[in-house]
Write a protein that binds this ligand. Sequence first.
Ligand SMILES: C[S@@+](CC[C@H](N)C(=O)[O-])C[C@H]1O[C@@H](n2cnc3c(N)ncnc32)[C@H](O)[C@@H]1O
Length: 338
Amino acid sequence: MSQEGRLQGTFLNSVWPEELKVPELLKSATVRSLHANIDHEWDPLQRSACQTAAGRALWNHVIHDPVAEVLAGESFLRNLYEKMRKDQLSNAREVSGVILAVRTLWFDSRIEAAINSFEGGTAQVVLLGAGMDARAYRLSCLKECNVFEVDFPDLLQTKAALIQEAIRSAEPQQIAMIAKSLIRVAADIRDGNWLEKLQRSGFAPERNTVWVLEGILYYLPHIHAMQVLQSIAANCALTPTILLADFMNKCSISISHSTFQFYSDWPDHLLPTLGFSNVKLSQIGDPDAHFGLLHDPQNLFNKLRNLPRSLQTHPEDGTPCRRLYLVEASGFPNQATA
Ligand SMILES: C[S@@+](CC[C@H](N)C(=O)[O-])C[C@H]1O[C@@H](n2cnc3c(N)ncnc32)[C@H](O)[C@@H]1O
């Protein structure tokens, strides 16, 4: 083997060693029992939150998330880890979880840019379908921000209990809240009163706001996804607003047995009709959605983004063009039409 090959092998083994090391914290009785409840009682929608946390935990050479492992739990870590090892051993062009890693890093960078675009770097940041997101504990750009996490009540309770366990077992200051404040709001965003609940929890409609809709819209029925987007657009009439969201296209939600519902092939056309402006759309692999993680130039994402977006199937092999769009849009009081 060449020296380069040996170095690459050593690097990959140091990133994802041959065996997954499960931290002691995950073996504690409290954490085990919280995760047993997740495994047995939660539906796939809620469990998807642990899946994404597992992605962040296992891509920890590029994402520093001090609580991702405990939030993911052993079974989700093992499942994803097995897939990643297989990909690595078969020299796959894309390693499992890379979409999650790129998506996380894209949202991190856009959240920071959005906050900095407001005078004084202060804003409220609302995470809809926050799941096991731990940005309040890991992004320094949130230090002057009030953060709101909206999700189902049992998910938020379990999350708080897991983070408490992690803090209890860590060295002092190893895991600390960075955000100015963090408020968890138990709400189902399909219900008409979620915005009211958010306001009752301290959300101020007239304050600069960054809305983070990461991995959530496509789990909603079409009507509810549209209502959520319309409610946010309506807020643009009151205050400078930045929306960050990912959208699946129609091919992506058509996978059999999938729980996905809402899609948009043209979110860059849809959002202006709701009152948003300055819509910028990126695809995985674009210069701002790459982060040095897609080494093989022939990877699936490069192939896709070089094809016209109107194509439903790949002309070479007839496979469906499944796309994930990363979208940023804004709205200001004097521009909003919705
Ligand atoms: C794939 S996870 C994404 C979590 C997080 N945004 C992330 O990227 O790590 C989807 C999350 O949306 C939440 N969710 C789905 N439907 C919801 C609804 N109707 N109301 C509130 N939360 C919802 C789930 O409970 C889950 O935590």
